[in-house]
Design a protein around this ligand. Structure first.
Ligand code: ATP
Ligand code: MG
Length: 422
């Protein structure tokens, strides 16, 4: 099936330039994947991936005057940089047999767009677009997009067995787009779920983070907790260990999650809250190879999750000094969301928040360098050198704020650094 619908999208000039160059050189080129899906939904794509009949070598000669990076040369991907923006262009390819439910044993180039889109995960991600040729939709992606459905391209059982990461991608797209999994695709995802254990920790973490940040994460948690249970069996056990019926425990966690700020720290704090012991949550994050900063913040929030705060000023001061300004306020927000989800007023948390705010204002309390109103970059601009000197300067500023020698305001801090610390 060729161009079934002709539509025109506003494309960035750099994308037009790249496509026109390949066109002129006699190759086929299409936009494909997330960008076409997003333009059809009326949202602005984050990036524009292209697929082409040109091989990487041929792309190098077409883009001889440009900076290029061989991002995934084995997979046929060349990144072309236009006006400082990178664009990934991948040669049409067919994946050979898959070894370990994750990696194809061989990748073969093809001259056929249809063969290329056939290897893609879901029909809504398999639509191609060219400004003059329109949409090429071989697998009914446009219809599924209208129905808001995620359907595997081809036989879902085979596709999930080939690459188990697609199971998690299905959940992630459902959480971000709010689409339902088509029935057979959902059944196949459940059936293949044990294969998720073969997916690398980094890929699991990336997809899980996107899932948890999705607007519809709550529905996905309720519906597919059994799939997540394969990856996180202890988490699932703890989640269901309470007196609540399973369904209620799941919908409560989902509702709570969707009421906290859309940041990895806030969302993982809620997601990992079924772990009663903070060390278990920390171990889980280590297993997912989290960066230390995120892991430490989530662990800190969880370990203080039940600390008193609103009782009196002393409690609030202690709460603030163990968490630091930013995380003290965040934890109160997270707790308040939990109360609201349970049908309570959450008033105590509002009160506690105003006490903490007042303390912060009054005392200009800064408990960590990240609370300072200046960043390392500001100091470098002032002539401080990056590295050890910068760290020392920031800590000296922190101490000065704590002693009341300078206010935690950008101009005041910069002047102090200039006059006293340089
Ligand atoms: P996002 O908005 O997150 O970038 P995306 O759809 O562009 O979403 P990417 O991970 O950037 O997702 O992948 C680009 C495209 O490559 C997908 O739309 C899909 O066509 C294909 N793709 C990516 N990963 C897989 C996979 N594991 N199996 C099959 N196709 C895949
Ligand atoms: Mg993408």
């Amino acid at each position: 099936m060729e161009a079934e619908r002709f539509v025109t999208f506003d494309l960035p000039p750099a994308v037009r330039e790249i496509m026109a160059r390949l066109d002129r050189a006699g190759y086929e080129v299409f936009l494909v994947g997330g960008c076409v899906r997003d333009m059809l939904r009326g949202t602005t794509p984050g990036d524009y991936d292209m697929t082409t009949s040109a091989t990487p070598e041929e792309m190098h000669s077409v883009f001889a005057g440009y900076r290029t990076v061989d991002t995934g040369i084995r997979h046929g991907t060349v990144t072309v940089i236009v006006d400082g923006t990178p664009f990934e262009i991948t040669t049409y390819r067919v994946d050979g047999d898959y070894r370990d439910s994750r990696h194809p044993t061989e990748v073969r180039y093809t001259a056929s767009l249809q063969e290329d889109v056939a290897r893609r995960d879901f029909t809504v991600n398999a639509i191609a677009y060219h400004p003059e040729k329109g949409l090429c939709d071989y697998f009914g992606g446009c219809e599924d997009l209208e129905k808001r459905v995620l359907r595997a391209v081809g036989d879902p059982r085979r596709r999930f067995r080939e690459d188990a990461l697609r199971i998690l991608r299905a959940l992630r797209f459902s959480a971000t787009l709010g689409f339902l999994l088509e029935e057979e695709t959902a059944a196949a995802a459940r059936e293949a779920a044990p294969l998720l254990l073969r997916v690398s920790a980094e890929r699991v973490r990336e997809e899980l983070t996107k899932l948890l940040l999705g607007d519809h994460a709550s529905a996905v948690l309720s519906e597919f907790a059994d799939i997540l249970a394969v990856l996180f069996p202890r988490w699932y056990e703890w989640l269901l260990a309470g007196d609540d019926p399973a369904e209620h425990a799941l919908s409560r966690l989902g509702a709570w999650l969707s009421h906290v700020p859309k940041t990895p720290v806030a969302r993982y704090t809620v997601f990992l809250s079924p772990f009663v012991r903070t060390e278990q949550a920390a171990a889980q994050m280590d297993a997912l190879r989290f960066d230390h900063r995120t892991r430490d913040r989530v662990t800190k929030l969880l370990s203080h999750r039940n600390d008193p705060c609103h009782a009196n000023i002393r409690a609030a001061r202690r709460f603030l000094s163990s968490l630091g300004g930013e995380d003290a306020l965040l934890l109160l927000d997270i707790r308040r969301s939990a109360r609201l989800v349970d049908g309570e007023s959450g008033e105590e948390q509002v009160l506690a928040k105003s006490i903490v705010r007042a303390l912060l204002e009054e005392e200009g309390e800064c408990s960590s360098v990240s609370d300072l109103a200046v960043r390392g970059g500001d100091l470098i601009a002032l002539g401080f050198s990056a590295g050890k000197e910068l760290g020392l300067t920031l800590r000296a500023l922190l101490a000065a704020v704590a002693d009341g020698r300078v206010k935690n305001e950008k101009t005041a801090l910069l002047a102090y650094a200039q006059d006293e610390l340089k």
